[in-house]
Design a protein around this ligand. Structure first.
Ligand code: NAI
Length: 338
């Protein structure tokens, strides 16, 4: 069995050196994303790869997957798997295993970090100070205590986020397609409909998956329903927010601040190149521009999809994805999302 690891960073490299391939298994280790390798680099693995271990940067489209003639499994080193064509995998009996529950507290803590940074102008004042500018009037922020926080999606991450902001003394309004009664019973939040959140929340934090139904759930119309001066936090997926609508709302100050760990077409920024473009489409060029403009706003903090990225969480991800692959190789039942 051959496992092709792509998007391999230093920590993953270190982990793989500490966990060498068992008998009968071999590793191919690629630092690059699959989409950044051409047939010359990748072609030699098309017939030999049994399992692909991927991070979110590689887009496993049907076109790419179809090149791997003996592929049996995709193991994502992430919770999200919207970068994998599940329909193709289902049709070709390729199992897809993700990692659930490795970093709920890690991502939730990061979301609170973005929130505090925004509401107290921490990075803004630091940047000014770096330029020798001291202007405390511009740095004035708000307390979290007493504010109403809307949490959309109270799965693993959202429920921890709800608990953390509740501990700050916030009133937490929650919305989920499947409310978690235990969370409400412990007094952390009150479940409501999403319209009530838009109307009443001073802060909205999104923790939903990027499904077709959730595409642009935050858009021009939903932003219009929000309180003036609302703060928006997104550590889930970029596609959940219509970036153009958010940009316009930030410029007009309808939205007072946004903390974004994820962006639509975030790979444009992350790779700092346009060569990785799936195609030089009009939309792609628009997002290159809008993401750059977003980065320049003072009331926005953008981080490069790092909410999961604590040492503790990374080791939990690697342990679980490795276990998924070894269970599959051993013929054990695995939880597949395809
Ligand atoms: P989860 O599956 O435990 O929870 C998602 C919740 O969203 C579920 O309870 C579901 O019912 C709810 N939901 C789905 N659609 C909804 C809608 N339209 N309105 C209200 N609720 C809805 O997922 P988890 O682990 O909490 O992760 C949330 C998302 O965070 C992931 O899907 C992933 O995209 C993202 N993520 C981001 C990371 C980062 O580093 N920035 C790391 C890990 C996850």
């Amino acid at each position: 069995m051959q496992i092709l690891f792509c998007d391999v960073d230093d920590l993953t490299k270190q982990y793989l050196s500490e966990h060498p391939a068992p008998n009968g298994v071999s590793y191919v280790i690629c630092e690059k994303s699959l989409n950044d390798m051409d047939d010359d680099e990748l072609g030699k693995y098309y017939d030999t790869t049994d399992i692909i271990s991927t991070f979110v940067y590689s887009r496993l489209t049907s076109e790419l997957l179809s090149k791997f003639k003996n592929l049996k499994m995709v193991s994502t080193r992430s919770t999200g798997y919207n970068n994998v064509d599940l329909d193709y995998c289902r049709a070709h009996n390729i199992k897809v295993a993700n990692v659930v529950g490795y970093g709920e507290i890690t991502v939730a803590e990061f979301a609170v970090g973005l929130l505090l940074n925004l509401t107290r102008n921490i990075e803004f004042s630091h940047k000014k100070l770096n330029r020798g500018i001291v202007n405390v009037d511009q740095d004035i922020g708000i307390d979290l205590h007493g504010k109403t926080v809307g949490v959309i999606g109270t799965g693993s991450i959202g429920r921890h986020f709800a608990r953390l902001v509740h501990a700050f003394g916030c009133k937490v309004l929650a919305y989920d397609l499947y409310p978690n009664q235990a969370l409400a019973d412990e007094g952390t939040c009150e479940y409501t409909d999403v319209e009530t959140i838009y109307k009443n929340a001073d802060i909205i934090s999104i923790h939903c998956p990027a499904t077709k139904e959730n595409y642009h759930m935050i858009n021009k119309d939903t932003i219009a329903k929000m309180k003036d001066g609302v703060y928006i936090i997104n550590t889930a997926r970029g596609d959940l927010i219509d970036t153009v609508a958010l940009y316009n709302a930030l410029v007009s100050k309808k939205v007072k601040g946004a903390g974004l760990d994820v962006l639509e077409y975030e790979d444009i920024i992350l790779k700092n190149t346009v060569e990785s473009a799936p195609e030089q489409s009009k939309e792609y060029i628009l997002y290159s521009l809008i993401n750059q403009k977003l980065l320049q706003l003072n009331n926005v903090i953008v981080t490069p999809h790092i909410a999961f990225n604590s040492i503790d969480a990374n080791y939990r991800i690697l342990n679980t994805s490795m276990q998924n692959m070894m269970d599959f190789i051993d013929g054990k039942e695995i939880r597949s999302v395809a």
